[in-house]
Design a protein around this ligand. Structure first.
Ligand code: HEC
Ligand code: HEC
Length: 250
């Protein structure tokens, strides 16, 4: 009898999915949220607001969220659920199964008595990662020709690009002019280091270059991708570093 309970308890914990979720968490989330989820990763001090403490050390917060709410913030990012955009969106990177595994792992980080995350063998989650078409140099040339019709339009797009950099949370991972995160390379000299067609193609689909890169596909609309590309193209001043070598995670 006792044995049955113990066994049932283990099944209830879904150790396989929890372990999968942990692995994903360590690679993609711990730089901000910390290895134990306490919101103290090496990139945490560069974020305002801070990455959420997922352990509920200070107050019961995570325990009050439903499993679906946690799923949604991972899928849609902070910007998609009225939180800070520096919490990235992962819905264009991870499969449904991967996101539920993350939720099941996150549930082990704080005291929680609610409903467990269910993995139903009869109705499995989708294992396939979303696939976005890769973006070509011709796509870049086409949007340049159609949108950047004169210098005034270009100047406006550059201004928009600076806003995109904040509003899509690029700043949470990249430093520009001395401000921002350390998860990705310092982009303060992106205009000197990188070709615009590469920037555009990369930001619209980083996974097409590097399937397991920590930079998520942020689902940037074409025009915002163009704007941020032109903005980064203006950054050439050496005084803020950014020689392309500062990749702490590689
Ligand atoms: C670049 C830093 C960064 C990364 C990487 C990151 N997060 Fe976050 N996360 C944040 C920030 C900042 C917040 C707080 C947002 C707010 O409260 O406005 C947050 C909040 C959250 C929350 C709380 C949501 C809520 O409703 O309050 C969850 C859950 C979460 N992140 C999960 C994850 C998972 C899972 C990953 C990895 C797949 C991840 N985060 C990766 C920065 C990050
Ligand atoms: C969750 C963190 C994260 C976010 C958010 C993020 N990036 Fe990145 N980015 C990275 C990482 C990590 C790399 C290095 C990728 C690699 O080599 O695997 C990178 C690489 C890049 C590169 C290529 C740099 C080079 O030297 O090759 C560019 C350009 C870039 N990011 C722009 C952006 C822009 C623009 C945004 C916002 C729309 C953004 N990133 C959002 C993490 C992030």
């Amino acid at each position: 009898m006792l044995l049955l309970f113990v066994f049932g308890g283990i099944l209830g914990c879904q150790p396989k999915q929890v372990a999968e979720g942990k692995k994903t968490f360590m690679k993609y989330c711990s730089p901000c949220h910390g290895e134990g989820g306490a919101g103290n990763g090496y990139n945490a001090n560069n974020l305002d607001p801070h990455a959420r403490d997922l352990t509920d050390k200070a107050e019961p917060y995570m325990a009050k969220l439903s499993n679906k709410e946690i799923y949604e913030v991972i899928e849609k990012g902070g910007a998609g659920v009225d939180l800070a955009p520096t919490m990235p969106t992962f819905g264009k990177v991870f499969s449904e199964q991967e996101i539920w595994s993350l939720v099941s792992y996150i549930r082990t980080l704080h005291p929680y008595k609610g409903e467990a995350v269910k993995f139903d063998e009869a109705k499995p989650y989708n294992l396939k990662r979303p696939h976005a078409a890769s973006v070509t140099e011709a796509d870049f040339d086409a949007i340049m020709t159609s949108k950047v019709t004169d210098e005034m339009v270009k100047a406006e797009l550059i201004e928009t690009g600076a806003t995109v950099f904040d509003e899509f949370g690029c700043i949470g991972c990249h430093k520009v002019k001395g401000k921002g995160g350390l998860l990705g390379p310092n982009l303060s000299r992106a205009g000197f280091m990188l070709q615009p067609q590469f920037i555009y193609r990369w930001v619209r689909n980083p996974q097409s270059f590097k399937p397991n890169t920590r930079m998520p596909n942020l689902d940037l609309p074409e025009e915002d991708a163009l704007a941020v590309t032109l903005y980064l193209g203006t950054l050439k001043d050496p005084q803020f570093g950014g020689d392309g070598t500062g990749r702490e995670t590689e």
